[in-house]
Design a protein around this ligand. Structure first.
Ligand code: ADP
Ligand code: MG
Length: 692
């Protein structure tokens, strides 16, 4: 009996020791293992190796179905768990787990043989040598999330003491699980927070506008990549990063500082600044930040580089101004031209009529000279306003420039060295050669004026392809092949303010009497009329360069034969004159009748058609003003042409930018007289056409 109880006591101690050993090993594992699955593996391994259980397994409990699913096991299993698992677990087939889950407390069976027959797994368990078992719940936040089950090969293994120790053990595991869960949640939250921060930083730095964050005292405390790049910010927080130092390059907030305004108003303020130290136009938007008590805590600056936009705006304004000036000067010059035509005409008539030795003759000659000067002025204005009719011919640019060079070579001062550089390639452009010569003369005169102390004047020609970058840089232009003429001097140069205005008519920096301010306006007008561009680059004291771009002719066309000089003769033919201006009408009639012609007068295009019908058989030539009320010259011409195809005609015009009109003139081989029309021009042209 004593031996028996001795043995029993020994066994009890042995059992308890196993459980103790198991408990301390699990405690160590809990400290070291940071992963739920690994911890479960460890627990099962310890249960088998130190606790000497025949089998140990742990299952997860689904929160939805409350069914158990084995996740790890150790020991002698032989497919036992698969039986539980394949059952998929409607009602648990297992021994003990179901009740453990339901009750949330341990379930102990000290002899499986005593389990009722109805328990499905009883026989399977006995087959594998399990005689007793105990299941313990693993609780996380008071929910059964897992079950540990251990099987012993002897009955009656689980005394009160063992059960208590194993309860403690599963409680320890539960704590560990709860801790791991919490740790996982925190880690997840930290990761999310970090990701959000990285996302935000990435966004902040991707924004192409410059963003800086300031405190109330103008210190920059944060800046995105764009701002750092532009402002050259390296380290922030040294107290030396006042926003105005960076943005305005000043030692205090400048006038109109948007931060100051926002700090007072509490509202966002947007201001545009030109920043000379950055050479940029900035649009600065200051946005106040508020703290929880709605006091201003600082500011955010959103800053955009609007230099390019400003440049384009300025270019557009400039183009619009030039356009308006063109319309105005063109209009005035046109009317003025008609008046001049009358003055020149009558003065010439007087000149023709008075005797050679008449004392008044010299005054008349003065009138003619002065009106001719006035006419050249209006021609200049018309050229600027692009309203002068050009006579486009395919010309060799190199030849034109060479001709001018020879002419200028004699004219420019001795202290100026003239250099030329012509491209060897074909430089055919379609241009009015006399207008082109005027362009060069004006540019060369200016260059020479800009070098009072002497210098070098370079004339060069070249071919170039205008690409998109030209258009972006200048805000105008059409891509394609161009011939260029460059006029460069080493003279006084210009600042930007001057350079921006040089093409305006009457803009001059020269003293009164020296400059008219028309030279470059004429150049501008002529170049525009030729569908070309002119670009000026200049720096004070460093000289100036003008590049004229003219579209290259598609094929090297052959120039038309030069016209022979016509004589100053009258005739006896009948001429129909259609002109709406009564002064000019009268003048034409006087000149033509004086020289023997019969003149029929029409006051407008419709009248001309009428008069032609009435005198169909006698009229030899039509002299038509291009622009007239009711019907213009061209319309009248077309109607008359229908009555008598091939009727001879001469047009008169002060200006016409209508290229379709010019084309139709050329197609019908019709001559055009430019106003102001001198009697000589008129008579010789009429004779020439009549004699064809
Ligand atoms: P003007 O020569 O009668 O003054 P322009 O229209 O020819 O009129 O020129 C306008 C102004 O442009 C000149 O007064 C001068 O200030 C400036 N300018 C033109 N060409 C040059 C140049 N090559 N170098 C410096 N300034 C120039
Ligand atoms: Mg000039």
């Amino acid at each position: 009996m004593a031996a028996h109880s001795h043995k029993e006591a020994d066994e009890k101690i042995y059992r308890l020791n196993r459980v103790y050993a198991m408990q301390s090993a699990v405690s160590r594992a809990i400290v070291h293992v940071r992963d739920r699955d690994k911890l479960f593996d460890e627990v099962c391994r310890i249960a088998v190796e130190l606790g000497r259980f025949r089998m140990a397994w742990i299952g997860d409990v689904s929160t939805e179905t409350s069914l158990v699913k084995p996740v790890t096991k150790c020991g002698f299993d032989e497919g036992y768990l698969n039986l539980i698992h394949t059952a998929g677990g409607e009602s648990p087939l297992d021994l003990g787990q179901g009740p453990t889950i339901r009750t949330g407390t341990h379930v102990v069976c000290n002899d499986i043989i005593a389990e009722p027959d109805t328990v499905a797994l009883r026989d399977e368990a006995l087959k594998r040598g399990y005689r007793s078992y105990a299941s313990f719940p693993l609780l996380v936040n008071a929910n059964v999330t897992g079950v540990v089950t251990v099987y012993a090969d002897a009955p009656g293994f689980f005394d009160e003491e063992e059960v208590r120790l194993l309860d403690e053990l599963s409680l320890d595991i539960s704590f560990a699980l709860e801790f791991l869960e919490k740790e996982k949640r925190h880690k997840k939250a930290d990761e999310l927070a970090l990701q959000a921060r990285l996302d935000w930083e990435e966004t902040f730095d991707t924004i192409t506008d410059m963003i800086t964050v300031h405190d109330k005292d103008f210190n920059v405390i944060r800046a995105n990549k764009a701002a750092k790049k532009l402002l050259g910010l390296e380290l922030l927080g040294t107290g030396k990063d006042k926003c105005y130092q960076h943005y305005h390059g000043s030692e205090c907030p400048p006038e109109g500082c948007p931060s100051c305004l926002s700090l007072v108003s509490g509202k966002p303020t947007t201001v545009e600044f030109f920043e000379p130290h950055l050479n940029l136009f900035l649009e600065i938007c200051a946005i106040p930040r508020h703290d929880a008590r709605n006091n201003i805590s600082g500011l955010i600056h959103v800053v955009r580089d609007i230099t390019e936009q400003k440049k384009l705006e300025a270019q557009l304004r400039h183009a619009q101004k030039m356009e308006a000036l063109g319309t105005l000067t063109g209009g005035i010059a046109h009317d003025f031209n008609n008046i001049l035509t009358a003055i020149v005409g009558y003065a010439n008539i007087i000149k023709l009529k008075i005797r050679q030795d008449d004392p008044v003759r010299q005054f008349v000659e003065q009138i003619v000279v002065s009106t001719e000067r006035a006419a050249s002025l209006t021609q200049g204005l018309l050229a600027f306003s692009r309203k002068v009719v050009v006579n486009p011919q395919p010309i060799n640019l190199n030849e034109s420039v060479e001709r001018i060079e020879k002419l200028m070579g004699r004219l420019i001062r001795e202290n100026i060295v003239l250099k030329t550089a012509f491209t060897g390639r074909i430089t055919t452009v379609v241009a009015d050669s006399s207008q082109l010569e005027q362009v060069l003369m004006n540019l060369i005169t200016n260059a020479s004026d800009a070098m009072p102390e002497g210098g070098t004047l370079t004339l060069s020609t070249d071919l170039t392809e205008l690409g998109d970058e030209f258009i972006t840089a200048h805000g105008y232009g059409k891509t394609g092949a161009y011939a260029t003429i460059t006029v460069t001097d080493t003279g006084l140069g210009m600042d930007d303010a001057t350079r921006n205005r040089i093409f305006e008519p009457f803009f001059t920096t020269k003293e009164v009497g020296k400059g008219t301010g028309l030279g470059l306006s004429i150049v501008y007008g002529i170049v525009k009329q030729h569908n070309g561009y002119i670009v000026c680059t200049s720096k004070p004291q460093q000289g100036t360069s003008f590049v004229v771009y003219l579209p290259l002719a598609k094929a090297a066309l052959q120039g038309s034969a030069s016209k022979e000089a016509a004589s100053f003769k009258g005739g006896t033919e009948t001429i129909l004159v259609a002109e709406d201006d009564p002064e000019i009408r009268r003048l034409m009639k006087t000149i033509l009748t004086d020289f023997g012609y019969t003149v029929i007068i029409a006051e407008n295009g419709a009248d001309a058609v009428l008069k032609f019908r009435e005198n169909k058989d006698t009229i030899n030539l039509l002299l038509l003003d291009a622009v007239m009320p009711v019907k213009d010259g061209n319309e009248a011409y077309e109607e008359i042409q229908n009555m008598r195809p091939g009727v001879k005609a001469v047009f008169m015009s002060g200006y016409n930018s209508n290229s379709a009109f010019r084309k139709s003139l050329a197609e019908n081989k019709i001559e055009l007289l430019l106003k102001p029309v001198t009697p000589g021009m008129l008579l010789s042209k009429i004779r020439e056409v009549l004699d064809r």
